[in-house]
Design a binder for this molecule. Structure first.
Ligand SMILES: Cc1ncc(COP(=O)(O)O)c(C=O)c1O
Length: 374
């Protein structure tokens, strides 16, 4: 579509064009209903089908077994930073384990401290979160109520290839920024959760996939909304659910099933998209320096630096003039971050690749002459 830019935002992020077009139609009147998707009751037949379809699509894409509940909650991923320890540390459990691999898992661990003894069993701070642990580096406490980690650190651009091995300790994963980007084995997890606004829909809904045998841990003393059990029993309709975000999530997951052809296909597209940029970084003779060690590079968030602040600013400005937006890195890491979520078209990444090659050719000599690396 002519007026749309290639939007590399880390989130809320690009959505598939067919989804936006369908939503545009339904914003005025859902076919056969005559009212907008924004105007219907969360208890109507129409919405019951919308939420059931969204759940069915998620179950199909991720192969969610029957002994897991799929919850649609509000409060973003950040509410889960508290809800998870609050619920899983019930029944006298006092200890939890965390992997701190970047900003988001660090924030999560900071919240957990409020609910019990929070032991960080691996921290990447010493190398500025540019790498991840191997399973063999980890000593999970067998008494821990759970082990928490983030499968993809959105700011640093590091991504786990496999799940950490936790034995019998329930594994909890924040997959906010790589949700639905590749197949996963849900049965390895106690909780697998993600906010929607990167790969699954707009801001306003968070998907929590939880093994049902963990639900009895939630104490009745918890406030109703903060209790997983409440939501599982009410099938996410305890209060007025975020109807529009769930509707969009339903369309995005339908797009993944019907148009993309599933998560294995999606992963292979995502892998080739990110390779386009990492190849430029690797062949730029040090002009571009990736934040992550090559082994842990994220397929979703490609984070890299240029030789100077000034060149970084020029890069962002020139890219924007060529229809590529939101490339500025997060303030805590600096440089550039290109988020390549599922809905980013290959053509967008090809355009960025060509721009990076040209920008390097035009500026590498200048940077070397001035020896400006910050
Ligand atoms: C990996 C990860 N976890 C958690 C969050 C926080 O999500 P929310 O803003 O929905 O609370 C983000 C947001 O960018 C994220 O990237």
């Amino acid at each position: 579509m002519k007026d749309r830019v290639f939007n590399f935002s880390a989130g809320p992020a690009v959505l598939p064009e067919p989804v936006l077009l369908e939503a545009q139609r339904d914003l005025l009147a859902l076919p056969g209903v005559g009212a907008s998707i924004l105007e219907i009751s969360h208890r109507s037949r129409t919405f019951e089908k919308i939420i059931a379809d969204a759940e069915a699509n998620l179950r199909q894409l991720l192969g969610v077994p029957d002994d897991y509940a799929v919850l649609f909650l509000q409060g973003g991923a950040r509410l889960q930073f508290s809800m998870i320890p609050m619920n899983l540390m019930g029944g006298g459990r006092r200890l939890c384990n965390y992997l701190v691999t970047g900003s988001w898992s660090k924030y999560a661990a900071q919240e957990a401290v409020k609910f019990g003894e929070t032991k960080v069993i691996w921290d990447g701070k010493a190398t500025n979160y540019d790498r991840l642990p191997e399973s063999s580096d980890l000593k999970v406490d067998p008494k821990a109520a759970f082990l928490y980690y983030a499968s993809n650190e959105t700011i640093q651009g590091v991504q786990f290839r496999d799940e950490p091995d936790t034995g019998d300790v329930p594994l909890v994963c924040d997959s906010s920024s790589d949700f639905l980007s590749r197949p996963v084995e849900i049965k390895k997890y106690g909780i697998y959760y993600a906010c929607a606004q990167k790969n699954a829909g707009p801001a306003g809904v968070t998907v929590v996939i939880i093994r049902k045998d963990l639900l009895p841990r939630s104490s009745e003393a918890l406030p109703g909304y903060l209790n997983f059990h409440t939501h599982a029993e009410a099938q996410s309709l305890w209060n007025t659910a975020p109807t529009f975000p769930i509707y969009i999530l339903g369309l995005v997951t339908k797009w993944l099933v019907d148009d993309v052809g599933g998560l294995a296909k999606m992963e292979s597209i995502n892998r080739s998209k990110s390779k386009l940029l990492y190849d430029v970084i690797d062949s730029s003779d040090g002009f571009y320096v990736g934040h992550s060690q090559p082994k842990w590079r994220s397929m979703m968030n490609v984070s890299f630096r240029l030789p100077s602040e000034e060149l970084t600013k020029t890069f962002v400005e020139k890219a924007e003039k060529q229809g590529m937006t939101d490339l500025k890195g997060h303030r805590s890491v600096g440089g550039i971050r290109a988020s390549l979520y599922n809905a980013m078209p290959v053509e967008g990444v090809e355009r960025l690749r060509d721009f990076m090659v040209e920008f390097c050719e035009q500026n590498a000599g200048v940077a070397v002459a001035g020896q400006q690396r910050d």
